[in-house]
Write a new protein. Structure first.
Length: 474
């Protein structure tokens, strides 16, 4: 059964990576893979639980006396359905609810013209200066929002500034690199850091402090190299397309658009602070922000003579969020949990410890893999492989120095956030930002591989060196 689980997971992974050639949405593949694996695991559980989850199983039976008289196979089925499945869904739901809240917040800002205060102020046509401006804005915007949404916003901006498709491909590629690097040093900037933060592997303050410089290096190097080959001015577009919400945007006052931007960004920034003060999960903080924005937009519309069709209240905006992306995360995280419960991830972790036993090398490998396949299952799988080390675990360990790498905010988790977030830039299919830019601008995979992969790899390795130097110096 273990072999079957591994084979089905790898096939699912391959189909996800080949989403565009086979024209099957990766969300459907992920959901199919996740549910099939849980079915197989349920039947295989009696042979796996004694070796992998015996302590948890015994606790479950002791708290459920009515199951004591049932055959062992039936007890295992109850344990899987009533304990492991519910635990898995509970953990996944925290991440999904946070993502839904963040997506709604960003959509509310965007549809009401909040981001126009940033995009309308870029007027230069010089290639080098424009590339630098786009890189800086993308890098910091991705840290506040998320790399997927930032990539969409910045591509729409580039379309208003550049008419030549090849030039847009170059700028779009840098947007991918800057968005992934910008999201890696923020607890809310990338799905991988969100997962690590929500699960308690890293804290907001530590990840910002330790990854900011490495992430800056991972952008500065490729941008600096590329600027040497850019000359002159960009080709302006023939015509500018009108915003689909233009009638509403004309009705709203400039002050109201600015207020939506300020309130929305503050709601996103306040999530880590909310968690620190209340100790509640991050999704509670993002839901609070959604509530604030919802009330503000309702009050704003009450002061305008706007038709119901023009109003973009939250009930309409919520339909715009990317449901397929959410279902993809659900499916892939369900699949990874099967690998965790079946003991496969733990066995892989043991193998890495025995053969490599170097947290830097392990994470660099994970980062390279994230360029080939999605970084979400890689990070989720790694979390399943290595539990967060406690003081008691460190004290009792035969190698306490090595185990300290795995405490909360330990080197392993910080470097994992960097490698998994930035490593995906090396191939255009290696990140959500890359996939969305590829779809919007029809960037060719081979073109990106020939012109951008080495630049992204140089930035990735440069940032890794900066992180390691930080550790040695400080």
């Amino acid at each position: 059964m273990i072999i079957s689980i591994i084979i089905i997971f790898l096939i699912g992974y391959l189909l996800i990576a080949l989403e565009h050639p086979i024209q099957v949405n990766k969300a459907g593949t992920a959901l199919l893979t996740g549910t099939i694996l849980w079915v197989i695991y349920t039947f295989a559980a009696p042979g796996l639980i004694p070796d992998v989850s015996l302590h948890e199983f015994n606790e479950f039976i002791s708290f459920t006396p009515g199951l004591a008289s049932l055959p062992f196979t039936e007890q295992c089925r109850h344990f899987v359905v009533e304990s492991q499945v519910l635990d898995s869904i509970g953990d996944i739901s925290e991440t999904l609810i946070f993502l839904i809240g963040a997506m709604i917040t960003v959509e509310l800002i965007d549809t009401h013209g909040g981001f126009l205060f940033i995009t309308n102020r870029i007027t230069t046509r010089k290639k080098r200066k424009l590339l630098l401006i786009i890189s800086i804005i993308t890098f910091f915007m991705s840290a506040l929002l998320d790399n997927l949404t930032t990539s969409i916003i910045m591509i729409m901006l580039v379309r208003k500034l550049i008419g030549n498709y090849w030039e847009r491909w170059v700028f779009g590629s840098i947007i991918i690199i800057a968005a992934n690097s910008g999201g890696a040093w923020s607890p809310i900037g990338d799905i991988t850091t969100i997962i690590l933060w929500v699960k308690g592997n890293i804290s907001a303050g530590a990840i910002i402090l330790h990854l900011l410089l490495p992430c800056i290096a991972s952008v500065v190097v490729p941008v600096g190299i590329l600027m040497r080959y850019l000359h002159g001015e960009v080709t302006p577009p023939n015509e500018l397309t009108e915003d689909e919400n233009s009638e509403l945007l004309k009705e709203l006052k400039t002050k109201e658009k600015l207020l939506i931007l300020i309130i929305g960004v503050l709601c996103l920034i306040m999530v880590p602070i909310f968690k620190t003060i209340t100790h509640l999960p991050p999704f509670m903080g993002i839901l609070l922000g959604v509530g604030i924005l919802w009330v503000f937009t309702e009050l704003m519309y009450s002061r305008h003579d706007v038709s119901e069709e023009q109003k973009l209240q939250l009930s309409k905006v919520v339909r715009r969020i990317d449901g397929a992306t959410l279902l993809f995360f659900l499916g892939i995280l369900l699949a990874v949990d099967v690998l965790r419960y079946s003991g496969i991830l733990n066995s892989f972790a043991v193998l890495l410890d025995e053969k490599i036993r170097n947290v830097y090398a392990v994470n660099l490998i994970i980062g390279a893999l994230s360029a080939i396949v999605d970084n979400v299952p890689l990070v989720a799988g790694t979390i399943g492989m290595y539990p967060i080390a406690t003081e008691a675990m460190v004290t009792a360990s035969a190698d306490p120095a090595y185990l300290t790498y795995f405490i909360q905010d330990g080197i392993f988790w910080q470097f994992l956030a960097y490698c998994a977030g930035v490593g995906g830039s090396m191939l255009i299919i290696g990140s959500a930002a890359g996939v969305v830019v590829m779809g919007l601008e029809k960037i060719n995979f081979i073109w990106y591989f020939k012109h951008i992969t080495l630049l992204a790899a140089a930035g990735y390795l440069s940032g890794a060196v900066v992180y390691m130097l930080q550790g040695f110096i400080f």
